[in-house]
Design a protein around this ligand. Sequence first.
Ligand SMILES: Nc1ncnc2c1ncn2[C@@H]1O[C@H](COP(=O)(O)OP(=O)(O)O)[C@@H](O)[C@H]1O
Ligand SMILES: [Mg+2]
Length: 597
Amino acid sequence: MKKIFTRPMGELVTKNPFVDNYKKMWPFVKPYWFRAMLGLLLALPVGALDATVAMFMKSYTDDVLVAKNATFAAYIPLLIIAFVLVQSVLTYLVKYLNSWVGNKITLDVRKKLFRKLLSMHSGYFDTTDSGFIMLRYNNDADTACNGLINNLRMMVTRVFSSVTLIFVLFYNSWQLTVIAVGAFSVAGALIFIVRRKLEELVRNTVVINSIAMRAYNEMFNGNRTVAAYNLQDDQERRFNQLMDDVFNLNMGMVKHTGWLSPVMHFIVSLGLALVFWQSSSMIVNGTITSGNFTSFVAALLMLYTPVKTMGDNYVDIKKAFLAIDRIFELFALKTEISDKPGTVTLTGVRKDIRFNNVSFAYKPGVYVLKDINLTVPVGTTVALVGNSGGGKSTVVSLLPRFYNVTKGSITIDGVNIENFTLKSLRDHISVVFQDNFLFTGSIRDNIMIGRPGATEKDLQEAVKNAHLDDFIRTLKDGLDTELGERGLTLSGGQRQRVAIARAFIRQAPIVILDEATSALDNKSEAIVQKALDNLTKNRTVFVIAHRLSTVVNADKIVVLNEGHIVEEGTHDQLLQIPNGAYASLYNAQFKHKAQHA
Ligand SMILES: Nc1ncnc2c1ncn2[C@@H]1O[C@H](COP(=O)(O)OP(=O)(O)O)[C@@H](O)[C@H]1O
Ligand SMILES: [Mg+2]
């Protein structure tokens, strides 16, 4: 239970959180400042409406109830209608304006957050919890922007409402006011005392919510694994445990703060009792009129709501501040992969791609690649083989700069790839992974991602070369068939061929194939392999393949073992090495096949 709270949450470290947070948000409010200000200004008269009613009570009691003034009484229905009309229109305007501003700001913040995440490097996604991020998108953005605006409006209305009502109190009788305000102050002080507990509640709820969201996320994305390993019971137990913790946490908070409301209610009632006791004698001896008394009690009762809810407002504004902190933590992120000043556009590969003494560590100090030297002449195919975990995928992920090399350099025609713009570098590379991501949308959309400007002819050609045409013809909607979330409606081989068509249409001179056929059965592998042969024709190719039969024709085969290149050469050369690493890998697979034949 304890350990989930150890994550660093955005602590308020500022001296004046109010000023600081509004200052932070100012760039977002600025484009809409006029409407924001108008919304707040109109909130002032809304706040003063209660006091008007309370004042009216005095005239009504003294002139109508006591003095029986018939003319005044005749105007009353009209006054009420006029008053309600003004109140309704103002309330609507204020709500509309503030919602407009709040939603507009939320929209801008969400857009900026999405853009920020898109710019982040692969390493960030390796280590960041998706539940936490989703929560920031969904709840925090809304709490921060809408919450802040709405709470500010309510706060303004309530403060103004309280101030004007207190003025009415004083107007009617200062003695009674002293008694009443005294009782209210004691009640208000209580809110201050439990403030810390309330803040803790807010923070913990945020943590728990994000953990629950992650659990749901994993249920969706991992449902196959859950089913395959019969993890339902285990997952359920863990989720139930989490939910029980939430329950206990909430009840703990109710225990610590739930007494607040009844106790406040009691103190306020006590104040009221004192007011009645004192006022009776004041009316009898003529210090105040009956109208003063009715007006006073009306104002006092009306004062209860804004004062009581100001406490909730305070908590909500705190919530908004914490949300702002968490959002600005995201805004403060810096991607590790970006264009340095003075980068140039890569326009093509003319001579070769080289890895010069490349070392790489995902975590500082833990090197998974050590001193890799490799030259790949343009138009040739290099195959990376070796045991799993040897660093093959890591080598090829350095070329499109999913990660930056830790030591050494990668060059294209002698120029460090970090000197090319990221966009032009990646435009020259097509990647086909073992598991390719298909987006929600049609097959056509998913292929066109490869090169958004491609023509219909390019598209048809890519489909044909990827050996997708026969399959597409069987579909009622052809290329416009909609794929389910993540393309789960296609088989592995079909999905792979969509990915190959996407790589095709890109027409990039460098092709990376990372175990592109490994997840497939023999039959689909054969057809995907044909598609890949088309894709790699006349290109510079990095191929990682589990089945060595697919790499025997490579111009160069590199054996990677624990981050080192242990052997390098053609298939025939490597087979000649006595007790060689490649020879033993090859023989193992060959014998395996022979046994099954
Ligand atoms: N995103 C990552 N973060 C941290 N370590 C990683 C990451 N990806 C791979 N590794 C580690 O790097 C090493 C090489 O992995 P990889 O390049 O995927 O090997 P291969 O493709 O040869 O199977 C392994 O020890 C693996 O655990
Ligand atoms: Mg791999």
